[in-house]
Design a protein around this ligand. Sequence first.
Ligand SMILES: O=C(O)CCC(=O)C(=O)O
Length: 243
Amino acid sequence: MNSIKLLADYENDGVVLVPQFLSADEVASVRAELDRYIRDDLAAQPLDARTFEKDEKTVRNLWRLEKYNPWFLALGEREDIKALIAPLVHGEPVLVGVETFNKPARIGSGVPYHQDNAYFCQTPPDMLTVWIAIDAVTQANGPVFFVKGSHKGGMQPTKPSGVRGNSIGMAKPSNVPLSEQFCGLLEPGDATIHQCETIHHSAPNTTDHSRLGLLLVYRGSHTQTDPQLKQAYAAAVAATPPA
Ligand SMILES: O=C(O)CCC(=O)C(=O)O
């Protein structure tokens, strides 16, 4: 993809779609390693390694894969990916997190309206998420909706959401109608990249088709923690740990 257009669209919209970010073989490898990690390793990891759905056994999110799984650390540290990200974070990319939003078939829960910087708490907001589709993302299985350009409005007031895995949300949802929001419809291997102050959300998955996403999170090495944002996040996460 043309890197000048990618940067211009990202700066303007706060979200861009990158077709075939990973190849079919790479997607298959991601899936195989996630399956293996969940089956063989997850039970022995600390509680902050995951959030379950309401059934208390199906994975909603894996957290901190860069810490608990060397294969995913190596993926997040890939030089070709960091080279793509560098202009978008206005500096040297630092891998901050590798995680999943599994959205399993029938029971996958929704994600309330939020801005990621309520969790990341970084200033300047030179931080982003590469959201890679491992399953196909359709209108029906809980795609992520983004409010284009909303990153330009800065951080909006937050409130604890009480949702496990997404403890902090926006005090008021966006008033941009859903029909005018950008819907991340993706084939396996496609990705969206969104800036950390872009407003987004997703609905529950009531279909028979899983909607697994792998997320790589990067910041520019120059960003710093904002104490006020951190205080609000700490209060929300204490109410519904671990994230
Ligand atoms: O995958 C989802 O449904 C939500 C993802 C999300 O909130 C994020 O990428 O920050």
